[in-house]
Write a protein that binds this ligand. Structure first.
Ligand code: GLU
Ligand code: MG
Length: 432
């Protein structure tokens, strides 16, 4: 009989899931003791190069798997994908400064202190899955070509307690989309990691290659990660207030204003690859300005449609969607960035500007300035510069973390800088 193995994992600065394997029969012991982890691992980029590390060869950490995240997903062909996610601590038991999941937990704690509320979220993922006959967007035939994959995917996700809301043959060439129902924020980020890994593993098991790369070629549709969120007071939905501007409650408005104020810096965490900012331009249905938009698929934050008619049901359905994210970002870090910026808005009691209702790319720079509207950075390099200059956002992180993150991302940029475009896109498609 073969020995069953599993992995304890972290999803790190590169947005990739890494960890160490051990025997399933050792699971309880590993949950109790944790597994050893190396500080400099956080500087392993998405291309497996190592960025400058303040830790060098020194130090040790403990990755403690969270038993709530254990999953054993059946894959086509009979293999199983078995892993847990966890948190990294230093040897004194303190949350480690570069543990993305710990950073999200800390951001959620500060959010709760500022608002007394809970945050629910869900990550909507687009990805490319070549292997069909290229039938049209949203077509029944295109769906049918990928139905075996989708059914295997749903079965694998069910074993992780995830019940997707929908699976689409999206608009772009070979593009698919999967959406999940909302969950408490930490759980939502765990699920985003799980969805990416199960999509990749299911595709691999069917000898397909799925990629979440933000952009697979310069002239095609990008793969977005749209992060939906809503505020809750226990079981009570508190995002919506019919009398509030754009239907937003006071805390929702403050939270949105905080994100939009800090958007340039936040984008360094939510869209963190060398090609991410080619997607964040007008007319790509992604996000290009620091705006709130009602039912606008080019808004940085979109007020999502309501299909319910009763007030109570509408209040529960009301949610906002952050569109300037992609799967190069760790779900933990992306959400930590949003929550931290939103919390700054709550702490300062900000109020979001009115939603925009036009194509902002047609406005003059004078008009944009007058209305406080700003283009997103045009590259990861400038987003990193904005991130390092945003003192109030930086203060929400442990003091050394932003510098370590910036070094990581600058090393990734240097690695692809000299590549021809086609090679750069292929490198990201391979990695993500
Ligand atoms: N593919 C678009 C993006 O890059 C999103 C299209 C949509 O609205 O679903 O974000
Ligand atoms: Mg979509």
């Amino acid at each position: 009989m073969t020995e069953e193995l599993l992995m304890a994992c972290t999803n790190d600065f590169s947005g990739l899931t890494r960890g160490k394997g051990f025997r399933l029969s050792d699971l309880d012991r590993k949950i109790a003791s944790g597994i050893g982890w190396t500080p400099t691992n956080v500087q392993i980029t998405c291309f497996d190069t190592i960025a400058d590390s303040p830790y060098g060869a020194f130090g040790d950490l403990v990755l403690r798997p969270d038993s709530d995240t254990y999953l054993c997903a059946p894959l086509p062909g009979g293999n199983k994908l078995r892993f847990l996610l966890g948190d990294i601590f230093d040897l004194d038991g303190n949350p480690w400064e570069c543990c993305t999941r710990g950073l999200l937990k800390a951001a959620l704690t500060r959010f709760r202190e500022a608002s007394g509320l809970d945050l629910h979220a869900t990550f909507e993922h687009e990805f490319m899955l070549p292997g069909g006959r290229g039938s049209g967007a949203f077509s029944l035939q295109g769906f049918a070509e990928h139905q075996a994959f989708a059914e295997a995917l749903f079965e694998a996700l069910a074993s992780a307690g995830i019940s997707p809301d929908s699976f689409l043959r999206e608009y772009g060439p070979d593009q698919m989309e999967i959406t999940l129902p909302p969950a408490p924020a930490l759980r939502a980020a765990d699920e985003a990691v799980v969805v990416r890994e199960i999509v990749r593993a299911t595709a691999n098991a069917m000898e397909l290659h799925a990629t979440f790369s933000p952009l697979c070629a310069p002239d095609i549709v990008g793969n977005g990660v749209h992060i939906h969120f809503s505020l809750w007071d226990g079981d009570l939905p508190v995002t919506h207030a019919p009398s509030g501007r754009d239907g937003l409650s006071a805390p929702a408005s403050a939270f949105v204003a905080g994100i939009l104020d800090h958007l340039n810096a936040v984008s360094a965490l939510t869209a963190p690859s060398a090609i991410s900012f080619l997607r964040l331009v007008p007319h790509r249905w992604s996000a290009a300005f620091n705006n709130l938009g009602a039912l606008d698929r080019e808004a940085a934050i979109r007020i999502c449609p309501l299909t319910e008619t009763e007030f109570a049901a509408r209040a529960r359905q009301f949610n906002l969607e952050f569109r300037a994210a992609d799967a190069a970002a760790s779900p933990y870090l992306a959400l930590a960035g949003l929550v931290s910026a939103g919390t700054l808005g709550l702490e300062a009691d900000l109020r979001a500007a009115s939603s925009t209702a036009e194509d902002l790319s047609l406005l003059s720079s004078t008009e944009l300035d007058r209305r406080g509207l700003r283009r997103l950075p045009d590259s990861l390099g400038s987003a990193i510069t904005d991130f390092l200059a945003d003192a109030s956002l930086l203060e929400t992180f442990p003091s050394r973390t932003p510098g370590i993150y910036a070094a990581h991302k600058r090393s990734e940029l240097a690695h692809v800088e000299e590549m021809a475009d086609a090679k750069r896109f292929a490198a990201y498609a391979q990695t993500y």
